[in-house]
Design a protein around this ligand. Structure first.
Ligand SMILES: [Cu+2]
Length: 162
């Protein structure tokens, strides 16, 4: 092996070790997030459209408690595709994963598209209390009524709404 190649490999190995060191440090600082991902989970279901192809979310109003972990089960029983879009809501939550079929997507998600008959699960923990608008971003759908509201309340105010 040439001397250059040798040092190149040593360099790459060192760089990898350094990068993994950084990852480890980030993982350590996310211990709070590990607590989230172990928390009991609350299932919430939402239908995007329905069998008669009405342009609605069913239900259309949701209340989440900050700090609780939710599994939002999205289903599209209609014949057309729909979106579950709420950018401000997505920015105010910590997404653990979105799961569809045999695929899990981790990290921040801003909207989910569901083709006809599709099902997806969005696992997240709401962080920031607020009221966020929800809509389907297919042209014309929101105007026809495919809108909703996602509310995040702080845990202190939610004792009656478990
Ligand atoms: Cu739609």
């Amino acid at each position: 092996m040439s001397r250059f190649l040798h040092w190149l490999i040593v360099g790459l190995v060192t760089m990898n070790a350094w990068l993994f060191g950084i990852q480890g440090a980030i993982a350590d600082s996310l211990d709070g997030v590990d607590l989230f991902s172990e928390a009991p989970i609350v299932d919430v279901r939402v239908s995007l459209g329905n069998r008669t192809n009405d342009l609605i979310f069913e239900p259309s109003d949701f209340t989440f408690v900050a700090g609780k972990r939710y599994r939002l089960i999205l289903k599209n029983p209609s014949a057309v595709k729909h979106y579950f879009t709420s950018k401000d809501f997505a920015d105010s939550i910590w997404t653990q994963k979105v799961e569809a079929g045999k695929v899990e997507v981790k990290g921040a998600i801003h909207e989910v598209e569901l083709k006809p008959q599709a099902v997806a699960e969005w696992v997240f923990v709401p962080i920031k209390p607020g009221s966020y608008e929800l809509h389907c971003s297919i042209p014309g759908h929101a105007q026809a009524g495919m809108v909703g509201r996602l509310q995040v309340v702080s845990s202190a105010k939610s004792s009656s709404n478990g």
